[in-house]
Ligand binder design. Structure first.
Ligand code: IVH
Length: 688
């Protein structure tokens, strides 16, 4: 027992020490959780904590409700007990006009209710974020947290005291002199989960092969309403205070904004992104600014809240049924909506990769109508537990592509089968294969598959590839489905006659496309290589290849070994490039593209310049006397050499400067020749 190791102390001494420890621990918990600015190392906090725990164990009478040791309680509840609110927890009226201008309606209503004349000065409002979490009432008596309740129906909530105690950000005791602490203070605010905490939690779930959570709000709400506080404690929750419930003995605040600052001084977390706005223009500006920042915030919000700042005016305005007249909620467009999953389609990508795509009952979310959303892969699909016919939750935040994040709980017919990947490509019927060690399923049809052909055309026409203006996905669908274009070169054989035969193709669009095609013929070798869509050849590899070989014929005839000499090209890329050009069919496509007039300025081929270090691997270590590391690397690469980060038997030279360490030792051990800067320069001139 820890108490055995304590020096024997009298009850009075123990009480004094316990009180001191509690005060210290409260202070440090506030620095750590609320201010994010700890003064002492975690280990020191733990030491103080354990000392208090031991004292309380030896003297159970010292164990107070506000003791930091009481944050985690092991007891599982049978149910959450109902608690009637001393002051009802109301909701706020939501503005109907969701544009920033909607704030004017709120201001106009307040002015009318206050019977202000048009020439009266602007009303001051406390503008705050509308946190997307769970509303909580915290009851402090004489500064000690005694009860925490959910909002429930507004009249009666649930007792979640044990769970709320596990949230480090919520003070168990208010800061301030005992004599100044109010006898009763109910603080209202929102329990929420930060986005990074949510992502971490989901990553953990994925690792364990368990179901992922849908969004931070539901996860936070679920955590607060747990029966086992240990479960709550394992979920990273946060809190912001934004108002009051019942209170006695508080300073006489004149304004809401003053009261919020006082809460902050009492140790409660309040959000910094709040402002007192004078009049409607300032509210509109606040709404605009926050909406622009929304995606960059570390937590979810669903809008902003405006409150008349003067408390005497709040009293004058009073309530209308269940809502205060002095507050308004102004929401942003929802980023999540529930809708029906009508089906699951399989999309075939450019490289044949199959992706399950949700076919949704169209729904307006995140500012657009969404009817398709990615389901990533069958593992994600299974983790989310969604099946056709379910009501699912679709999320579209910022410019991220829409995704299905989970399903709404509810009945589902038992006969709906689990989703399975098809054995045949749904587009061309070719066999589907899963490569060894890969999670991906691929159609083996190659360019025989219309889906892959379409994607290949779209990739070829892309802005960073051949940049063909006027060739979008609708047109590509028509060209491929109508049999007008089967291969890349056929794009350039299109004429006005063929194009005008297409549905919805105006002469003007046809002319635009033809001009776009013509313009695309003047390109660069790097763009052309990237446009071909060779597997594993992205933009930057295409540039490296173009720079290294200078002309296409040299590249097409390159051996695997020659390809490996290219900067950043490893065995997988080299093999992919070699295989691509080994296929007569691909060579023919390239020839025909050249024949229709695609050209690029012939660069001075790297391959034609002398390459004294071709095939050699060098390692740089220490500080060279005149050359920077980048400079040395550039010289070596220009000479055809490769720079590696570690010394092995395959290393040809180690170039060592001042304060070279373990790499030099390794070179000596393996008998790798070691050069200094002068030695490197000599090598570049006269290779060994
Ligand atoms: S004030 C009487 N301020 O929005 C007004 N509420 O319908 C009491 N909320 O579920 C609420 N952020 O939990 C207020 N800065 C904020 C808020 C906020 C989020 C939530 C609140 C309630 C709903 C109001």
């Amino acid at each position: 027992m820890a108490s055995d190791s304590l020096p024997p102390v009298g009850p009075a001494e123990a009480a004094a020490r316990a009180q001191q420890l509690r005060a210290q621990l409260h202070h440090h918990a506030h620095r750590y959780y609320v201010l994010d600015d700890p003064e002492i190392p975690d280990a020191e906090y733990d030491r103080l904590f354990r000392e208090l725990q031991a004292l309380e164990e030896a003297h159970p009478v010292l164990r107070t409700a506000d003791s930091p040791t009481q944050r985690v309680i092991g007891q599982v509840l049978e149910g959450l007990a109902p608690v009637r609110h001393a002051v009802p927890m109301l909701s706020i009226q939501t503005e109907t006009d969701t544009t920033a201008e909607g704030a004017r309606a709120f201001d106009a209503r307040v002015r009318r209710e206050l019977e202000l004349t048009d020439d009266a000065p602007p009303v001051a409002y406390a503008a705050e974020l509308k946190f997307d979490g769970l509303a909580i009432n915290l009851r402090y008596e004489a500064g000690v947290l005694v009860q925490a309740t959910t909002r429930g129906d507004g009249e009666t909530g649930e007792d979640v005291t044990q769970n709320i105690r596990t949230i480090g950000q919520i003070p168990l005791r208010l800061m301030g002199e005992a004599a100044t602490l109010p006898p009763v203070l109910e603080v209202r605010g929102e329990v929420y989960m930060r986005r990074d905490d949510f992502e971490r939690l989901n990553a953990q779930q994925r690792e364990r092969g368990e179901k992922t959570y849908v969004n931070p709000r539901n996860t936070a709400a679920g955590a607060v309403r747990q029966l086992d506080p240990a479960v709550t404690a394992a979920r990273p929750l946060s809190f912001y205070a934004y108002g009051l419930g019942e209170s006695q003995g508080l300073p006489a605040f004149a304004r809401h904004s003053e009261m919020i600052s006082w809460l902050q001084h009492s140790g409660l977390p309040v959000n910094e992104r709040r402002r007192v706005c004078e009049g409607a223009d300032a509210l509109v500006a606040f709404h605009r600014a926050v909406e622009a920042e929304r995606d960059a915030l570390p937590f979810d919000i669903d809008g902003v809240v405006y409150k008349v700042d003067r408390l005497d005016w709040q009293r004058r305005l009073g309530f209308k049924s269940r809502e205060p007249r002095w507050a308004g909620a102004h929401k942003f467009p929802a980023q999540e909506q529930a809708t029906r999953l009508n089906g699951i389609d399989i999309q075939v990508g450019r490289t044949g990769k199959l992706t399950p795509v949700a076919k949704l009952e169209p729904v307006f979310v995140g500012g657009t109508t969404v009817s398709n959303a990615t389901l990533h892969n069958r593992f994600e699909l299974r983790r989310k537990g969604v099946r056709v016919g379910d009501t699912v939750i679709v999320r579209r935040a910022g410019d991220v592509i829409p995704e299905v994040v989970g399903r709404m709980p509810g009945e589902r017919p038992s006969y709906v089968p689990n989703f399975a990947m098809p054995c045949e490509c749904p587009v061309c019927g070719s066999p589907v294969r899963r490569e060894k060690g890969s999670l991906e399923h691929r159609c083996t049809g190659g360019l025989f598959c219309a889906a892959q052909r379409k994607q290949a055309l779209l990739h070829f026409a892309g802005r960073r590839a051949m940049d063909i203006e006027g060739l979008g996905d609708k047109l590509v669908d028509q060209l491929v489905d109508g049999g007008l274009v089967r291969t890349l070169p056929e794009l350039y054989t299109l004429g006005v006659a063929k194009l005008s035969a297409l549905e919805r193709m105006a002469d003007k669009s046809a002319a635009n496309l033809l001009a776009g095609l013509e313009k695309s013929k003047q390109t660069t070798l790097a763009r052309f290589l990237y446009a071909l869509g060779i597997r594993h050849v992205g933009e930057s590899t295409a540039k490296d290849l173009a720079r290294h070989f200078g002309n296409l014929d040299a590249l097409m005839d390159a051996t695997g070994e020659q390809l490996l000499e290219v900067n950043d090209v490893g065995p997988i890329v080299a093999e992919s490039v070699r295989q691509f050009f080994a296929q007569p069919h691909h060579r023919e496509i390239v020839e025909r593209l050249r024949a229709v007039g695609i050209t690029w300025p012939e660069a001075l081929a790297d391959a034609d310049t002398p390459k004294p270090l071709a095939g050699k691997t060098l390692v740089l270590t220490g500080t060279l006397p005149t050359m920077g590391r980048d400079e040395a690397q550039a010289l070596i690469e220009a000479a055809g050499g490769k720079v590696s980060g570690s010394v092995s038997k395959k290393t040809h030279y180690v170039v060592a400067g001042a304060e070279a360490g373990s790499k030099l030792a390794k070179a000596q051990e393996l008998g790798v020749p070691v050069l200094d800067e002068a030695g490197l320069l000599a090598l570049l001139e006269n290779p060994a």
